[in-house]
Ligand binder design. Structure first.
Ligand SMILES: [Zn+2]
Length: 314
């Protein structure tokens, strides 16, 4: 079974000023490369009641504040990392719609794997705040939708972006039905993700942070996967495995400071798909987060998809 790619041209409508690493060319390069490599690409369409789905994790007043700031022509929202353009709101909603469409497709059968090739990314976006190039938390909306609207009992999210996904952690840290596991450079932006952040109340233990020092390479990441990530995911026994797929731990990424090679993305993807085959019928939804080396990014995503597709459930 190949991994199906869901994307949407509207994601390109968010434009960032010169010098911002998160730009529309990232997604254009990825989709063009994946199409050339023969991947099956689905152009997303509007998802019904998307705004209601967004409100499963975001404060309605924040969503309205974002929409109005774009309408007024404001230059930024909440931080210097969050520039606004005429198409920012439309692109952000399209990224959520695409992720929801991919999530529903993955749940429609066994051994289904999908990539939501979207931007702007989402994992830093908080309940009521835009942050770190993120406006709406795509993967969090999809996880909440599957549980709160589709009746799933357990969703696991593994975030291998080089940055800690503060938004995703905070949105689910008091819930027992969403496991959030993250490997990330630490100390580093955004400052959260210490090993002792393990969830709170009913969510105690359903947050697993694996902070890694700058310069960690393939060996260090493989050890973290083996010792902490895979056992935590297996023990939780989710019904679907979601991945916050950032490619900024790549050795030449201009933003991250890790030494991960292309081989590592192949290795992690195979292991994660193998685990999904054992615990959740092979169902994997990967959602694009960061990754800023434009020359390498399309190839790394391709390697990730091939690695996911290589494992099948028995
Ligand atoms: Zn990142």
């Amino acid at each position: 079974m190949t991994t199906r790619v869901f994307t949407d041209q509207r994601c390109l409508l968010h434009r960032s000023p010169a010098g911002y690493p998160e730009r529309s060319e990232r997604l254009e390069a990825i989709v063009e490369h994946l199409a050339g490599e023969g991947h099956e690409i689905v152009d997303s369409v509007a998802f019904p009641e998307v705004e209601e789905r967004i409100r499963l994790v975001h404060e309605p007043a924040y969503v309205e504040r974002l929409r109005r700031a774009v309408e007024r022509g404001d230059g930024l929202i909440d931080s210097a990392d969050n520039p606004l353009s005429e198409g920012t709101y439309e692109a952000s909603v399209a990224a959520v719609e695409t992720t929801l469409t991919a999530a529903e497709w993955v749940m429609g059968g066994s051994d289904r794997k999908a990539l939501a090739a979207v931007r702007p990314p989402g994992h830093h976006a908080e309940h009521g705040t835009a942050m770190g190039f993120c406006y709406l938390n795509n993967i969090a909306v999809a996880a909440a939708h599957l549980i709160d609207k589709q009746g799933l009992g357990r969703v696991a999210i593994f975030d291998f972006d080089v940055h800690h996904g503060n938004g995703t952690q905070h949105l689910f840290e008091e819930r027992a039905d969403v496991l959030y596991v993250s490997t990330h450079q630490y100390p580093f932006y955004p400052g959260t993700g210490a090993a002792d952040e393990r969830g709170r109340g009913p969510g105690e233990g359903a947050t697993v942070n694996v902070p890694l020092p700058a310069g960690t390479g393939d060996v260090g990441f493989a050890a973290a996967l083996e010792a902490e990530v895979l056992p935590a995911l297996a023990a939780f026994a989710p019904e679907v495995l979601m991945l916050s797929a950032g490619f900024d731990a790549w050795q030449n990424d201009p933003v991250g400071g890790m030494r991960v090679t292309a081989d590592a993305y192949d290795d992690w993807s195979r292991r994660l798909a193998g685990l999904a085959a054992e615990v959740c019928g092979g169902r994997v939804l990967s959602v694009l987060e960061g990754g800023y080396d434009l020359t390498a990014l399309p190839r790394l995503v391709d390697i990730h998809l091939r690695g996911l597709s290589a494992a099948t459930s028995g």
